[in-house]
Design a binder for this molecule. Structure first.
Ligand code: CP
Length: 307
């Protein structure tokens, strides 16, 4: 494995990466995926390095995936528990970060409800910072593992027609995927209620509010969670209406290509944006996405360590 071509100290967003950076990540992840198939899945690549996982927002997949990936790379891992930390006594984010820096950590993995927090942390610490999701801005490791999953299933991440469906406005996953997939000459269709589709300047995106039209002949359909925790009222009439117009079921999936794959970053709201008959079908690669998160996150930390 080489990291001569990846010259970044931090992973803050997909927008900062070139097409070549993304290709290097995916190729490196492929190597780590092979490692994860061995009996002994642990490698000494980052032995002696220390990482702290700072999750200010809930997470199942990203947090567990990072922790396993870090341990597979032989790192020393600290999990910062916000509810039992001095954050609840009013300690500021920067004082918390400076305290962590005093231990000489090498990596900070951070998720926060405010967009831009990982960028602020990166400016104030010597460690490499990895954005594990910031507000409604970006979730770069999710987009990389999604690209890896598309590559595994379609043999390419170029020349595809990809539908991204649902609450695009509040979705950092959608933003990172749009930035990544746009670098590879794909046809990207954004589908959802008009109130949940933001404007993207300088990107060639097709907009559909009619799901039946938008899903026609797509290679990939990427469903998004309705982020009720980030929404006020009034983005769409009701949950029942939402599923009727923008939910994915078997009938709608038949309008896509025969070999379509169905993706969802999780957690899913079954019966709201996706039906179980699709989520658990042989078209679904949702659990493959989870599995691939390990290899991709190992690859990212390995590549950043070479800066
Ligand atoms: N995909 C994703 O970010 O899931 P979690 O919120 O469970 O980490």
């Amino acid at each position: 494995m080489v990291n001569d071509y990846f010259k970044h100290k931090h992973l803050l967003g997909i927008r900062d990466l070139t097409k070549s950076d993304i290709e290097v990540c995916l190729e490196t992840a492929k190597g780590f995926k092979d490692v994860l198939k061995r009996d002994i899945k642990k490698v000494p690549a980052l032995r002696g390095k220390t990482v702290i996982n700072l999750f200010f927002e809930p997470s199942t997949r990203t947090k567990t995936s990072f922790e396993i990936a870090e341990k597979r790379l032989s790192m020393d891992v600290l999990n910062f528990s916000v509810p039992s930390s001095s954050v609840v006594k009013g300690e500021s984010l920067l004082d918390t970060i400076k305290t962590i820096e005093a231990y000489g950590v090498d990596f900070v993995v951070i998720r926060h409800s405010s967009s831009g927090v990982p960028h602020l942390v990166a400016k104030n610490i010597n460690a490499s910072v990895i954005n594990a999701g910031d507000g409604i801005n970006e979730h770069p490791t999710q987009a990389l593992l999604d690209a890896f999953t598309i590559l595994e299933n379609k043999g390419t991440i170029e020349g595809l027609t990809i539908a991204i469906v649902g609450d695009i406005y509040h979705s950092r996953v959608a933003k990172s995927n749009i930035y990544l997939l746009s670098k590879f000459k794909n046809k990207i269709r954004l589908i959802g209620p008009p109130t949940l589709i933001p404007k993207f300047s300088n990107l060639n995106l097709e907009i559909f509010t009619d799901f039946d039209r938008g899903i026609k002949d797509v290679d990939v359909v990427m469903m998004l969670r309705i982020q009720l925790e980030r929404q006020g009222k009034g983005f769409f009439p009701s949950i029942q209406e939402y599923f009727k117009y923008w939910g994915l079921d078997q009938r709608r999936l038949l309008l896509a290509k025969n070999d379509v794959i169905v993706m969802h970053p999780g957690p899913m709201n079954r019966g709201i944006e996706i039906n179980s008959d699709v989520a658990d079908s042989d078209k679904s690669v949702i659990l493959n996405q989870v599995t691939n998160g390990l290899a991709v996150r190992m690859a990212i930390m390995y590549l950043l360590s070479g800066y």
